[in-house]
Design a protein around this ligand. Structure first.
Ligand code: BGC
Length: 720
């Protein structure tokens, strides 16, 4: 990366403290209209029933956006969040470049989480493809579209390891495993940033939420995090580090505290680790309003105190809380915050603006480019590919699937036709009309189908159908931010619909739409076929039909465990054994009213063919363990298998997980074909932290398991 330090210092020397503080300010447009409360309060009023949805919509109809242009002209704004159209972005950029004293360009940030206009599967779904090349490709699509709409920086990837299915934001990351989250995040960073950040179609990645946001107590959003240092470093930190190593230029500290200190004001995290140990010199942006919220945390006595602590801790940019613009000037003047600390923060903002090429070319797009780049055929076909690869076939009794091309289908459930629901959480650039539902896809494909949203005419439809499809699961509002659930079972209505369909005696295929693992023991027992479709984005309908009709052979594998009951959460494969591993006898670690095993384990997923494993070999070679295994397609159809390699350190200085994923590879096998899969695991990746936080080598017996899911039985032992 080109070095801009001279230009940065030259610019800083011309800037007043107010102008430097201005660079640290990120705000969004405010909504103003025929209401005299803030937009947030208006939303609350609708949610708690003080106004009806209709009244809310009527008031919103009167709303206009206030972009705070006067503040912008005065050099008090360095960045905007949430502006996703090139005309507005360029209009504001012109003010920054032509009407402010120093003409410093603006930085536009946006939550491009899984596609901008061409919405691709939610990250949790896409992670089930176990395919870094795909993750990078969809990241590239997102960057091309978002930059065409004026975006310079995305608040993604989220690489928070998420072991608790109650947490709504499991939908935004790559599931419960730290290796997968790191690989997923690194691939996204490459996709978003491309090979040169200064190119017009490259956007900076802001990885988040640093650190351990996914470890919130009881899966409740924004909740406290209390972790041993060993756990933090082994199970959470590596995925953030992988993104930094991949070159991410921005990072967002998490809302939560870690062991009592909120990440927003945690100088150990933001200075000692991030900058000193990891060498990061990019931009640190607070989460929304997080600086001011340090008062509620009980770590700052007021906003001024919070601003002081955050800046000193290494927080460069204030998203939405106005703490810096309101308080920093006085804090610098009084000497409570040294000016060189302010300079350091402003330098981090300017560095990323230089790297993005904004000083040379502040207008990186225009309306023409925008109109050409959004929702192209190429983008749609990549979204379709991602959707197909994200689905996980959970059950397929008596080979109900794939369906015959002339099968007559009865389709039930609102999710089969509700286009707006296909996007899932966090898709703010999405338009419902861009999405294709199952019902529309049936129409386009000429499938013989009948559809009933609410189960009306069920018996009549069933009588004239060969197979019934139930589209059930979660609405998109039921996962994502601020969407934790205390009960992760299927809703009563959806369960009743499936029961009624099963009672007709016709074969039933359940298609699940959801943003988190669901506890579905009853479905797993009684429904003959279950396809996990998650929230797949604009191409949901056609992609689902491709799998149901067998145009493609499903290959996705779960990146998150499906518990049998909510009370088992957090439930994850890489747990430790305890002295009394759960088993048949009473005095073992388990619940009286739930099974020991999950309904579907991590790594699990079926295919329309079958695979067999054999000839597992493992040996130590210099500084790595080399593992090889043969994988055969023993069925009648070509297919892809995601081969997984797990290890267990049998006796160590600290208790170690029963299994840890150390390698995976997607292998294509023609029917009857056999191939060898090879994994090289550096010894460094087997090391761990002892009681005193020293990194120690894995010694003694290492068990290596290879297979098609985390319960793989094929095992080889070696001694290190
Ligand atoms: C979320 C972030 C997001 C930010 C900006 C916050 O509430 O926690 O993940 O990037 O809003 O929209």
């Amino acid at each position: 990366m080109k070095n801009y330090e001279k230009q940065i210092q030259a610019l800083l020397s011309k800037m007043t403290p107010e102008e430097k503080i201005g660079q640290l300010q990120q705000c969004g447009p405010s909504l103003v209209g025929a209401f005299d409360v803030s937009f947030d309060e208006l939303l609350n009023m609708m949610f708690d029933g003080r106004i009806t949805k209709e009244e809310f919509d009527r008031l919103m109809g009167t709303a206009e956006q206030d972009f705070h242009e006067d503040d912008l002209r005065a050099g008090k704004i360095g960045s905007y969040n949430g502006i996703g159209d090139s005309a507005t972005a360029n209009r504001l950029q012109k003010i920054a470049v032509e009407e402010t004293r120093l003409g410093i360009p603006l930085l536009f940030g946006y939550d491009v989480i899984h596609g901008f206009r061409t919405v691709t599967p939610i990250p949790l779904a896409e992670s089930c493809a176990w395919e870094p090349a795909l993750w990078e490709k969809t990241g590239r699509v997102a960057a091309k579209e978002a930059t065409a709409a004026g975006v310079h920086l995305t608040f993604a990837p989220m690489v928070d390891v998420a072991k608790d299915a109650r947490w709504g934001r499991v939908s935004e990351g790559a599931g419960e495993d730290v290796l997968l989250n790191g690989d997923y995040g690194a691939a996204k960073v490459k996709g978003f940033q491309g090979d040169d950040l200064a190119k017009e179609d490259a956007m900076a990645a802001c990885l988040k939420h640093f650190a351990a946001y996914g470890a919130g107590e009881a899966g409740r959003d924004y909740n406290r995090v209390d972790l041993s240092m060993q756990r933090l470093w082994e199970e959470y930190m590596p995925s953030y580090k992988a993104c930094i190593d991949a070159g991410a230029r921005a990072i967002m500290p998490a809302f939560n505290d870690i062991n009592g200190v909120p990440c927003t004001v945690n100088s150990w995290l933001l200075r000692d680790i991030l900058r000193e140990k990891w060498g990061f010199n990019g931009l640190v942006i607070s989460d929304s309003n997080a600086i001011a919220e340090c008062v509620s945390h009980g770590i700052a006595k007021d906003k001024r105190d919070a601003a002081k602590q955050a800046l000193l801790a290494g927080m460069d940019m204030d998203m939405s809380s106005n703490s810096y613009v309101e308080c920093l000037k006085e804090l610098v003047e009084s000497g409570e915050v040294p000016e060189h600390v302010l300079d350091g923060a402003a330098a981090d903002v300017l560095r990323v603006k230089f790297e993005l090429g904004l000083f040379d070319n502040p207008y990186q797009t225009n309306e023409e480019r925008e109109s050409l780049c959004l929702l192209t055929e190429e983008a749609r076909s990549i979204a379709r590919e991602a959707a197909v690869k994200s689905m996980v076939l959970l059950k397929n009794e008596n080979q109900i699937l794939p369906l015959k091309s002339d099968a007559r289908i009865g389709i039930f459930g609102s999710l089969a036709a509700d286009k707006g629901q296909m996007t899932g959480a966090w898709a703010i650039g999405a338009r419902p009309e861009d999405c294709v539902s199952i019902v529309e896809a049936c129409e386009a494909r000429g499938v013989s189908y009948q559809y009933s949203e609410d189960g009306k005419d069920m018996l009549k439809i069933a009588a004239s159908s060969d197979v019934l499809v139930a589209a059930v699961g979660e609405m998109k509002e039921e996962s994502g931010e601020a969407a934790s659930r205390a009960d992760i079972t299927l809703s009563r209505e959806h369960l009743a619909l499936v029961r009624d369909l099963l009672a007709t005696g016709k074969p039933v295929v359940v298609v699940l739409f959801n943003g988190r693992p669901l506890a579905i023991p009853e479905l797993a027992k009684h429904a003959p076929a279950i396809l996990e479709a998650w929230h797949l984005g604009v191409e949901a309908g056609p992609a689902i039909l491709e799998v149901l009709f067998g145009d493609v052979n499903p290959s996705g594998k779960l990146t998150t465990t499906f518990p049998a009951a909510t009370g088992q959460c957090p439930m994850y494969y890489a747990h430790i054994n305890t002295g009394r591993p759960g088993g048949k006898s009473k005095f073992t670690s388990k619940y009286l009213d739930a099974p020991v095993e999950p309904v579907y384990p991590f790594g699990y997923g079926l295919s329309y063919t079958t695979f067999a494993y054999g000839d597992l070999k493992a040996e130590k070679k210099e500084d790595a363990v080399r593992v090889s295994v043969s994988v055969s397609n023993t069925g009648e159809r070509d297919g892809e298998e995601i081969v997984q390699c797990y290890v267990q350190d049998v006796a160590a200085k600290r208790v170690r997980p029963v299994r840890q994923l150390k390698g995976y590879e997607k292998v294509f096998l023609k029917a009857g074909e056999t191939k060898e899969a090879v994994f090289t695991i550096p010894l460094e990746e087997l090391s761990y932290y002892d009681w005193d936080m020293n990194k120690v080598d894995c010694e003694g017996i290492l068990r290596i398991y290879v297979g098609g899911d985390s319960r793989a039985e094929l095992m080889e032992e070696i001694t290190l």
